[in-house]
Design a protein around this ligand. Sequence first.
Ligand SMILES: *Cc1c(COP(=O)(O)O)cnc(C)c1O
Length: 437
Amino acid sequence: MKGHIAGKTAAEWQSDYPLLTDIIQTKEVYWENPAYRPASKEQPITREELDEAAALFQRFLPFLRKTFPEAELAEEGIVSPLKKIADMKAELETVKGDLWLKCDHDLPVAGSIKARGGFFEILNYAETLASEHGLLSRPDDYSKFDSEQFRNFFADYSIAVGSTGNLGLSIGIISAKIGFRVTVHMSQDAKQWKKDLLRSYGVTVIEHPADFSVAVEKGREMCLQEQRCYFVDDEDSKNLFLGYTVAAKEIEQQLKTAGVAVDEKHPLIVYLPCGVGGGPGGVTYGLKQIYGEAVHCIFAEPTHAPSMLLGLMTGLYDKVAVQDFGIDNITEADGLAVGRPSGFVAPIIDKMIAGIYTIEDQELYKLLYLLYRSEGLFLEPSALAGMYGPARWSEKIEKTLGINSGQATHLVWSTGGSLVPKHDRETMLSKGKEAVL
Ligand SMILES: *Cc1c(COP(=O)(O)O)cnc(C)c1O
């Protein structure tokens, strides 16, 4: 542990924030956000920007359809199902209201929530380039992006990104299809199958024997030295964030169709796995725009990577890393293996989220197995972090929010897993089964 963190010793920090002692010992905790303002109306991003983000996906739909015929994209495009999981609720025996799963593990093509942010950022960049070079006029049929002419044009440009796996998958696949030269800088957490899959798309994968922050830093440096290289900066990206916000409109429509009321008498509690915070932050931002005080968002992090928790609790945001407090950032939840939160996201959401809890890897595996057994759904370990909210903390959360038991609808955000190969699935399932027994 380092001597001083932002001018204070670790002991001083602990005396100011008693919960830190458990966090440093990697014990599971629930942190109630003292700055939470359920009706916060601060809007660093305008409603128009949110609508524009959704419109961009619509413009690219003809391209996405043509490029990914096997995905059989719906009319709505890159969207995921919303599922009521009554059998899992029965399995858990801890939830009073209804339990729903937002199935972003099933998002087309990229198989994780990163399809939202990653696709948005790359498509937005491609559109800007094409417009600036007179290849595009609005309105135009964007299926022309799937052409030799366009691919030749984009081959002069490159994309780079640092990732623990899923962002690399999403950015790599869409960039390669557009025709960009693309390099993914993977941290040591990245699973082999993710690297293999990317290489099959013609993506350059560079493996760094270090954690996420280092992969990002190296990627940024190498990109700067190249001409016409665009770096997707997961630690500080407004465009990734905007892409994630689009999910909120989608879920509003789905809840309406399902006949689920969301209002002050029937609040919606949403549980979101958090890495740098872009995915869960963007979703939260969008949901707050739509539902205001009627929605409460809770983030979930591994006990060994509580980056957003430390950033918000101390108020240091991205100026603190879990390693500063001697926490190792080593977790099986590769999508959440992040030591430092996004400097763009942390200050935006610091009054918008109700709380953060942490979860041990072992519990992720148990939930992975239980969800599979009860609902036949397979998720990757990171994606189960949200399920621990209903399983372990819902009573406490309802109490702190002043919600009567049974009134709230519980929505767990499933963030990835549909691309995990069969062999890896079996290994994870048996690990979960052993943990349950
Ligand atoms: C990236 C990721 C998250 C978290 O998103 P952040 O933007 O890093 O907070 C959650 N689950 C999975 C599976 C992911 O890949």
